[in-house]
Ligand binder design. Structure first.
Ligand code: URA
Ligand code: CA
Length: 434
């Protein structure tokens, strides 16, 4: 096989075979096919797309390019949840204990990464003593005993995807639905998921800004999962404004605790119940989505979900007393209110810009070397559609430095007001199962 012939074949709109895709991905991973040929090939994909079969083949070739996590020693159907990324997305912290309380095994491998706030691991490290440096055997035992554990990223997972993503980043080929879908799905499958629930965000703060693009990405990922034998479904949810109120690490842990107590923000609670119902259903712990939802509401009401959070934190050496007393979480030195400058209704909260404001306070990483301040961040006091009186707080700002003018300016600029009433955005747009 010659790579040049395969580039030509894709360029002219023909379907590549399973063997041809394997040849390309193996050759790229081991260095026998150079960047410039892969660049031409990804650009051909950008314009020609990929068939459903090609997407599944590309995904599995990337899965097979490195290690695969073996979760077979964990009893039950392992359902993983993945979000395409947004601002202040606290769902993972809530969903883990919530579905684990119903016996769904949550075997989570998580990373740190760049962004407005830290990743799930950073957030959990706001709990004193909590750590994810555990051995594989211990991880498996914890999930079997408690139904939930989190381990740091280890091993050489999907090296082909790492190389390809970095190349796409500098060749204007990130924004291709088949390439995004196979990139995300390869990582989930290599991490050992039997079934996958996807939260595809849509709106200003999301990777996909329009409902049409979000739907296409969701369908592509659901298609890949179901084609390679992993039951997969997707929810398309709103990211035109941040989810919940809190954006920041310790602040989001507190928000997750509130939500597991049944006292969380409406939108975060609703999204967790929706995603959680699908997880419980795919794990075959309920016969219908309606039954799954009732079971989830029940473990919030009777305290079992909160109890599960305590067990989870203490089993990884975290101080579980924060659940009863969140003031034990890292606290910021200064607390400011962003006061409304006029009467009206909140019409827009530009999620990614508000996320950047949290990052300016130190809540997230701009580069791999940045150090996160777990205590700082923002708590929204108003969301889109809320009525506001002049002088009322729009946002509470938790900071460890005194001068926050830049943060305030950014927030004023990106929280827009209207003099006439505004509708609350739709939270859940669609649920896609095939
Ligand atoms: N996220 C990924 O993991 N891969 C992509 O290609 C795009 C977003
Ligand atoms: Ca939040």
């Amino acid at each position: 096989m010659r790579m040049v012939d395969l580039i030509e074949k894709k360029r002219d709109g023909h379907e590549l075979s399973t063997e041809e895709i394997k040849f390309i991905i193996n050759g790229y991973t081991n260095g026998s096919i150079p960047d410039y040929q892969i660049s031409a090939w990804t650009m051909a994909i950008y314009f020609q797309g990929m068939t459903e079969k090609e997407r599944a083949d590309l995904t599995m070739a990337m899965v097979e390019s490195g290690d695969q996590i073996d979760l077979s020693k964990i009893e039950g159907i392992k359902v993983d949840k993945h979000s395409t990324g947004g601002v202040g997305d606290t769902t993972t912290l809530v969903l883990g204990p919530l579905v684990a309380a119903l016996g769904v095994p949550v075997a989570k491998m998580s990373g740190r990464g760049l962004g407005h706030t830290g990743g799930t691991i950073d957030k959990l490290e706001a709990v004193k003593g909590f750590h994810v440096e555990i051995e594989n055997d211990e991880f498996i035992n914890l999930v079997n005993n408690n139904k939930i554990a989190v381990i740091g990223q280890s091993g050489n997972l999907t090296p082909a995807d790492k190389k390809l993503y970095a190349l796409r980043d500098v060749t204007a080929t990130v924004n291709s639905i088949p390439l995004i879908a196979s990139s995300i799905m390869s990582k989930k499958i290599a991490a050992g998921a039997d079934a996958i629930v996807l939260d595809v965000k849509t709106g200003a703060g999301a990777f996909m800004k329009t409902i049409e693009d979000s739907r296409e990405l969701a369908k592509a990922m659901v298609g890949i999962g179901n084609n390679v034998g992993r039951r997969t479904m997707a929810v398309i949810s709103d990211m035109s404004q941040p989810l919940g109120y809190a954006i920041g690490n310790a602040l989001e842990v507190k928000e997750a605790i509130d939500t597991l107590k049944g006292e969380g923000p409406d939108d975060l609670t609703e999204l967790c119940l929706t995603l959680g119902s699908h997880m419980v259903y795919l794990a075959e712990k309920a016969d219908s989505l309606a039954e799954a939802r009732k079971m989830l509401e029940n473990v919030i009401k009777n305290g079992e979900a909160l109890e599960k959070l305590k067990v989870f934190l203490s089993s990884q050496d975290g101080d579980a007393s924060v659940v009863e007393d969140p003031s034990k979480l890292p606290q910021a030195k200064f607390i400011y209110e962003l006061e409304a400058r006029e009467d009206g209704y909140v019409s827009e909260i530009i999620a990614d810009e508000v996320g950047t404001a949290a990052m300016l306070l130190g809540a997230g990483r701009a580069t791999k070397e940045s150090v996160i301040d777990l205590a700082v961040g923002l708590v929204l006091r108003k969301k889109i559609g809320d009525q506001v009186k002049k002088g009322e707080s729009l946002v509470t700002i938790y900071s460890n430095f005194e001068n926050i003018n830049e943060v305030k300016d950014k927030l004023y600029e990106n929280i827009k007001m209207s003099t006439t009433p505004v509708e609350t955005p739709i939270l859940i747009h669609e649920e896609i199962t095939e």
